[in-house]
Design a binder for this molecule. Sequence first.
Ligand code: ADP
Length: 158
Amino acid sequence: MRVAVYPGSFCPLTNGHIDIIKRACKVFDKVIILVAVNKDKKYSISVNDRVKLIKEATIDMDNVSVDSYDGLTMNYARNVHAVALIRGLRVVSDFEYEWQYAAANEYIDSNIEIVFFMAHKETNFISSSTINELFNSGVDISPLVPKCVLDYLNKNRK
Ligand code: ADP
């Protein structure tokens, strides 16, 4: 059983994330989406709501589960016997951050591989912050996020 952990903020989950999840499911037997909580960061959506939304959006994906964790992602990955951490790469500017992230995690445990999926050209401009910005400016984001996320954002509009 080859388990992979896909950590991120998912604030909110986008179709860019969904694309990475679907592709990771082809490569691994089980993919755990981990809402990784950084105590120093402020999030516009609560951890519980983010977990609920991801569960709803992935309900039809048999080998996907969702969890949250406020400790070191690598510790979580070790606890579930993961063989890999999944990350996505969009533009060149992602590379610098992701390179450091991968190097730090490799330093913690080099037995867990960091596996990158390249964003498709249809989704490579989608980030959670862009989604929040477009949504708050009244732009139609329905093609860019799962329906449950759109409904949630509409319901919780400030
Ligand atoms: P974080 O705040 O930890 O970077 P995110 O939830 O924004 O978490 O993203 C988690 C991972 O998914 C990161 O590796 C990020 O590069 C990747 N990702 C986000 N959006 C996309 C996308 N549109 N296409 C491919 N990968 C993406």
